[in-house]
Write a protein that binds this ligand. Structure first.
Ligand SMILES: [Zn+2]
Length: 191
């Protein structure tokens, strides 16, 4: 039987979907790409299909992921960007050879230089991270209000007041926690 792995949390923004492959960084961290094959799976569902991935490529991917997390967190709180994280993001961005191609249906697709080139896929993710950290896109970087999460996410809501990285997980959990706390404080709140 195939061992069960934690599900992916897929958002609309590539770079923060990628940083979301490690969640609960300030609690019991959940690694969602624990094996090279799981990174292959994640890349496939993210429009960056590759044939294979080596342990070294997985290490590189995780290094990029944590660098994006560090830089995006700093950008969200308007802190100085950590130089080492910037270096990793820039190196990954420069290393890859991926081309955006337009399909006959008018959609963008990424063409990687070879199907074994995880580095090409990582360069697309790095470039996506650069565009949101540099403020090139419509939206605002913010940190998830869940104390055990604090993930950097890209808020594209009209009011820019989104509080959670993900409404279905962090948002819901927080709502439930608040509800339970209220129940404890006011056991007769039905009055
Ligand atoms: Zn969160």
């Amino acid at each position: 039987m195939r061992p069960a792995f934690p599900d992916f949390r897929l958002g609309k923004v590539l770079a923060t979907s990628f940083t979301g492959t490690l969640s609960e960084r300030h609690g019991d961290a959940v690694e969602r790409i624990p094996t090279p094959q799981r990174l292959v799976d994640w890349l496939a569902v993210s429009g960056l299909a590759v044939d294979s991935c080596t342990p070294a490529q997985l290490d590189l991917a995780r290094e990029l992921r944590e660098s994006i997390h560090a830089a995006a967190t700093a950008a969200a709180i308007q802190d100085t960007l950590p130089a080492s994280a910037v270096q990793v993001i820039n190196d990954c961005s420069a290393q890859g050879r991926a081309a955006a191609v337009l399909t006959p249906e008018g959609k963008r697709r990424w063409r990687l230089s070879s199907a074994s080139c995880v580095e090409d896929a990582l360069s697309v993710i790095a470039a996506d991270a650069i565009s949101i950290i540099a403020g090139e896109r419509d939206g605002k970087l913010a940190l998830c209000a869940s104390p055990t999460c604090q993930a950097a996410f890209f808020d594209t809501s009209q009011s820019r007041t989104r509080k959670w990285c993900d409404m279905n997980t962090c948002g819901n959990r927080q709502k439930k926690a608040r509800f339970n706390a209220n129940q404890r404080k006011n056991p007769r709140s039905a009055d």
